[in-house]
Design a protein. Structure first.
Length: 255
């Protein structure tokens, strides 16, 4: 696909808010006749002065963007991974490049896999995290932009406003060419209901993504979770099963 005629100045005028900047970019794409289908993120990046996107299986981090001193041009490096994951990484690094407020270290943003999961509601707790609060804020903003540009809200609104259902997460993942994890995180962040999605591997919790209104998930990363039913034959989902909520969360105490 040839490059789009995109205006980088108009995106700078949109300000630093990642959702507003994503909407401004979607408006340009719509004006050019591209409103449907999977977002061609590589073409978009190259249309916005990213001169090279290089994929490297041996990269020590998930992604990076290297800029010229005046940020006129940039190059994006991406660790080789499944295509949906690499698409998210490109969008993430593109926001670092486009945001004049983001400050790289030694001319580059070197983003780890854990940086790709930092949410807008992340609150530094340890002394090390507090010392790097700016870093986490920048990573959260880049993640929010990546989600908004890859999963246009106008096209996911009905699903996030409907009754919570993991089928919606799978359909978002398939339609927009993003990983199931990225779709799940976006689904939670845009959902108006108190919802949570837990990512489990080999019976242990990797991490939990929850809305602000959802109670505190008391299971910690690395801890065993209560029994989880297996997927139905021929399906990616299990039957809906009831469980005691106190096995999973700490409910506020009543006075």
């Amino acid at each position: 696909m040839s490059e789009f005629d995109l205006c980088r100045y108009a995106l700078e005028e949109a300000g630093s808010n990642p959702r507003v900047k994503a909407r401004a970019l979607h408006k340009q794409l719509t004006d050019l006749g591209f409103a449907d289908g999977k977002v061609p993120i590589k073409t978009i990046a190259k249309s916005l002065d990213i001169h090279e996107i290089r994929f490297d299986a041996n990269l020590a981090f998930e992604g990076a963007v290297v800029m010229t001193p005046n940020t006129s041009y940039g190059s994006i490096l991406v660790k080789h991974a499944p295509k949906p994951r690499m698409r998210f990484t490109i969008a993430h690094e593109l926001f670092h490049f486009l945001s004049v407020q983001h400050q790289p270290v030694n001319g580059a943003f070197n983003c780890k896999a854990s940086d790709m999961r930092v949410g807008a509601d992340f609150k530094p707790r340890t002394a090390e995290q507090k010392a790097r609060a700016k870093h986490y804020r920048q990573e959260a903003e880049a993640n929010q932009f990546a989600a908004e540009i890859l999963m246009r809200y106008a096209r996911v609104r009905k699903r996030v406003n409907a009754e919570p259902n993991l089928e919606h997460v799978l359909s978002i993942s398939h339609e927009f060419g993003v990983s199931k994890e990225a779709a799940a995180r976006h689904y939670v962040s845009r959902n108006g209901d108190p919802v949570a999605i837990l990512f489990i591997e080999d019976g242990l919790l990797r991490y939990a993504e929850k809305s602000e209104e959802f109670p505190w998930v008391k299971i910690r990363s690395g801890q065993a979770v209560p029994y989880v039913p297996k997927a139905r034959p021929g399906s990616k989902l299990s039957d809906v099963d009831e469980d005691d909520i106190l096995n999973w969360v700490d409910l506020p105490k009543r006075h």
